[in-house]
Design a protein around this ligand. Structure first.
Ligand code: ATP
Length: 288
C-alpha cells in the first residue's frame, strides 16, 4: 500500500470510528469569569476558565481555600451567573438551577421539620411532576434502601448522625436522578471511616446508573479525589483564579481503596497533586 492510499484508508477508518469514539460532553465551561461587587470594589474570583466534562466522567476540583471552587460549581448549578462566558449543560446554556443538575452541599441542606422520607419525597415531587404517586414512593424507597436508611425513614434530620444526614442528601440527589451531580465538599465534615463508606456508596450508585451520571466534586482531600475521579482539576489561588493543571487518574475501575494505595500510578498521581498544592513540606522550607 503506497503512502497516499494508506492515509486515505486511515481517514476512512477514522471517520467510521469517530462517532463511536467521540465522547459526549455533559458540561462545557466556556471562558467563564465571575466577578462579585464588594464594598471594596469588584472582586474577580475566577477568570476565563474553560473546561469540558464528558458524560459519565467524575471530576474533582481541588485548590486552596477561597480559590473559587464553589463559585465555579455555582456556575454549573446555575446559582452563580458568569460575568462573562457561559456554561453549557447537556447541550443547553445554563440560565439557572434545573432538575438535570443536582447539588449536594457539605451542610446537607435537609429541611429539619420533615422526616427523612418526606425530605426526599418532597424533592422528588417538585422535580419529577410527571410521575405517579406510587412511582415517586418507589423511587424514594429504592434510594433510601441503597444508602441503608430505610429503617430510619421516619426520623427527623435532628435525630440523625452527620454521616446519616449526608446519606439522606445523597439519596435525595440520586432520587431526582439528575444526569449531572454536583458535590460541594459533600464528605468534608465526616470522620475517615464514614467518609470511606460514603465513597463506596457513591460509586455503587454511579455503577447502578451504568456510569452514565456525570459527577463534579469539590474537595480538599487528595486521596478522595484520586479514589473517585477520572481527572483532578487543580486550581490556582485567587483573585482571578485559573486552572493550574488537569491531572488524569489512569487507575482502572472498580478501584479497591486498600489496594490502590500501593499502585505506582496512585503514588505518582498523589505525589504530583501534592507538589501542585503544597509548597512547604517541612519547617526547613520556611525561609525567614
Ligand atoms: N457572593 C459573593 N460576594 C463576594 N465575594 C464572593 C462571593 N462568593 C464568593 N466570593 C469570594 O470569591 C472567592 C472564591 O470563593 P469560593 O467560595 O468559590 O472559594 P472556594 O475555593 O470554594 O473556598 P473553600 O475551599 O474555602 O470553600 C473568595 O474570595 C470569596 O470570598
Amino acid at each position: 500500500m503506497n503512502s497516499t492510499t494508506k492515509i486515505a484508508t486511515q481517514t476512512i477508518v477514522d471517520s467510521i470510528l469517530e462517532p463511536v469514539l467521540t465522547p459526549a460532553p455533559a458540561i462545557g465551561i466556556n471562558n467563564v469569569t465571575v466577578s462579585f461587587k464588594t464594598p471594596k470594589g469588584t472582586y474577580t474570583a475566577v477568570k476565563e476558565i474553560s473546561l469540558t466534562v464528558q458524560k459519565g466522567e467524575i471530576i474533582s476540583l481541588i485548590g486552596h481555600s477561597g480559590c473559587g471552587k464553589s463559585t465555579l460549581m455555582g456556575t454549573i448549578s446555575g446559582m452563580v451567573k458568569p460575568t462573562t462566558g457561559e456554561v453549557i449543560a447537556n447541550g443547553k446554556k445554563v440560565m439557572g438551577p434545573g432538575p438535570d443538575r443536582g447539588i449536594v452541599f457539605q451542610n446537607y441542606s435537609l429541611l429539619p421539620w420533615l422526616t427523612v422520607y418526606r425530605n426526599i419525597y418532597e424533592a422528588v415531587d417538585s422535580a419529577l411532576k410527571d410521575l405517579s404517586k406510587s412511582e415517586k414512593r418507589e423511587l424514594v424507597e429504592r434510594n433510601l434502601k441503597t444508602v441503608h436508611l430505610w429503617d430510619h425513614k421516619d426520623k427527623l434530620p435532628g435525630q440523625l448522625s452527620g454521616g446519616m444526614k449526608q446519606r439522606v442528601a445523597i439519596a435525595r440527589a440520586f432520587a431526582i436522578n439528575p444526569s449531572i451531580l454536583l458535590l460541594d465538599e459533600p464528605f468534608g465534615a465526616l470522620d475517615a471511616l464514614t467518609k470511606s463508606n460514603m465513597h463506596v456508596e457513591l460509586l455503587k450508585l454511579w455503577n447502578l446508573d451504568n456510569r452514565e451520571k456525570t459527577i463534579v466534586m469539590v474537595t480538599h482531600d487528595i486521596e478522595e479525589a484520586i479514589f473517585l475521579s477520572d481527572r483532578v482539576v487543580v486550581m490556582n489561588n485567587g483573585p482571578e483564579a485559573t486552572i493550574k493543571e488537569i491531572v488524569p487518574v489512569p487507575l482502572e475501575r472498580p478501584r479497591n481503596k486498600k489496594e490502590i494505595v500501593h499502585d505506582p500510578v496512585y503514588m505518582s498521581t498523589h505525589d504530583k497533586l501534592l507538589n501542585l498544592l503544597i509548597d512547604k513540606f517541612s519547617i526547613d522550607d520556611i525561609k525567614e
